[in-house]
Design a protein around this ligand. Structure first.
Ligand code: ADP
Length: 481
């Protein structure tokens, strides 16, 4: 079975969030299921130099974007037993950031068209399924039908589209339809892309892909309702028979406290050794070195999705407790300024690092006692799983993948691997933090048991990769959607 995994980021080549973790780990996990999964992604300038040096040229061809005929280089990298095909055009991808440019519609239309054009140039590899991920690759199913429908090479190729975050859909003005996509006159394509007078890349995938998955079962249910559906719940309901949720897994080698090179002391279950990482973290961030109080970490994009408005309401109360809060992240100005304000006001209680820093993230997973994730919605969420792997207790809101991966602690049975709250309510968040902090101070045995439960939770890819394998198999047997 040959799977081409089209994605806009894959660690360690490029990563801005959980999508990069999945791009960098699921294809390798599929290999373990005897599936030949290969990644195709843009060749960003952000790819580390040592990997850049190993990239080899495969082919050069032209990609048409309406009136533009654009040169595209296809190259290849073999890393960690996975082949990465790279779509290269300096103008589009030699930029400081991965996203956020005025011409993102054009950049990812180019990428999607280049993926389809490259299929005949991959040498010995012919995909059975193109597995597309998020809006950056969501034009692929539609354009394959519109532009390659008469080409026998493409007849038997099936498409799977995975929603990692329904919030980001790739919505652009209507001119893109003709001027960038060159689809003027394609009536059925317009119907699939049209969205309140503009066009919506993700909508087209929801209506064109042979099958749709998202990254947890709870999120798969939630997005069928208006509150979580981001105005596409109606479209999703039309695909209810071709939609399911498969929980993401973790790269358990990368996130392994036993041999993580970013830690000062490696550990398996020893709380003493974990404490050494706590001291190091406190020193590093100029906080008082105190192992007797709980350190709460947030490692997150600083955006509304992550529940930061809840936190804003009760941050004073949280900081009045005997604890330390460490925040690592970038995002909306209002949240960056909020944290800077509190860091200036309570320098001994809160440390804020407004940056993306992989090494510090690992140190925080190891050196904290609690990870906070009060998300408004969370398709899967990886940070809570990573935290648990490091014996750090998550506090989460019961939504999406947070609900599917964190079982609430039951003090009577000792079951559970974290603390949870149900409603999107600042005081529920505050009470849940207070409850966790009480256990930290007053019941060391319970706390140790919780840490053990968290550490032993299985978030490896094995189960989910098997589910993808079964899904691919059934897609190959089924007809075209
Ligand atoms: P999302 O994909 O919505 O951003 P996830 O929890 O699924 O959230 O994945 C976030 C990933 O990005 C985790 O691997 C987390 O450690 C990492 N991450 C988030 N913010 C930062 C940051 N500022 N620095 C380093 N890593 C970060």
């Amino acid at each position: 079975m040959n799977i081409l995994f089209a994605v806009s980021e894959a660690f360690p080549l490029a990563k801005t969030g959980g999508l990069g973790d999945v791009g960098g780990s699921l294809p390798a996990a599929l290999k373990e299921q005897n599936i030949d999964a290969r990644v195709i992604m843009p060749r960003y300038s952000a790819i580390p130099v040592d990997l850049q040096e190993q990239i080899e040229h495969v082919a050069t061809f032209k990609v048409e974007l309406s009136w533009r005929k654009i040169q595209c280089n296809l190259s290849r990298l073999h890393y960690n037993e996975v082949y990465y095909y790279l779509i290269d055009n300096e103008y589009y991808f030699n930029r400081e950031n991965l996203y956020g440019y005025w011409d993102d519609a054009e950049r990812f239309a180019f990428f999607s068209k280049a993926v389809l054009e490259s299929l005949t140039k991959l040498g010995d590899f012919q995909p059975d399924i193109i597995h597309c991920n998020d809006w950056h690759t969501s034009l692929i199913p539609l354009i394959m039908k519109e532009n390659y429908g008469n080409n026998p090479f493409y007849f038997d190729i099936r498409t799977l589209f995975t929603i990692h975050n329904l919030k980001h859909q790739g919505i652009f003005s209507a001119e893109v339809f003709e001027d960038v996509l060159g689809l003027g006159g394609h009536v059925s394509a317009w119907e699939k892309l049209e969205f309140h007078g503009g066009i919506n890349y993700m909508k087209s995938a929801l209506l064109s892909a042979d099958y749709i998955t998202t990254v947890s079962q709870t999120y798969a249910d939630e997005i069928l309702h208006p509150y979580f559906g981001e105005q596409l719940d109606g479209v999703l309901r039309t695909r209810i028979d071709n939609l399911c949720g498969i929980l993401n897994g973790l790269d358990t080698q990368k996130y392994n406290p036993q041999d993580d090179p970013n830690l000062v002391v490696n550990y398996r279950s020893s709380l003493c050794k974990k404490e050494e990482n706590k001291k190091h973290l406190q020193e590093l961030l100029n906080l008082p070195v105190r192992t007797d109080l709980p350190v709460i970490a947030m490692i997150s994009r600083l955006v509304d999705q992550k529940g930061l408005d809840l936190l804003a309401h009760v941050l004073e109360e949280i900081l009045s407790m005997d604890l330390q809060l460490i925040v690592l992240g970038t995002g909306d100005k209002k949240y960056e300024e909020m944290f800077e304000h509190f860091a200036a006001k309570y320098p001994h209680k809160i440390a804020v690092q407004l940056m993306f820093n992989e090494v510090l993230a690992h140190k925080m997973y190891a050196g904290s006692d609690i990870l906070l994730m009060p998300s408004q919605f969370e398709p899967c969420g990886l940070a809570q799983m990573i935290a648990m792997r490091y014996g750090t207790i998550p506090i989460v809101r019961e939504t999406g993948g947070l609900k599917d991966s964190v079982n609430p602690y039951n003090e009577y049975t000792g079951e559970g691997n974290g603390f949870t709250f149900a409603n999107y309510n600042a005081h529920e968040l505050l009470f849940t933090i207070q409850r966790a902090v009480r256990f930290f101070y007053d019941d060391k045995v319970a706390w140790k048991g919780l840490a053990e439960n968290a550490r032993k939770s299985d978030f490896s890819w094995a189960k989910s990769a098997k589910k993808y394998g079964e899904l691919y198999q059934s897609l190959m047997q089924a007809g075209e959607y």
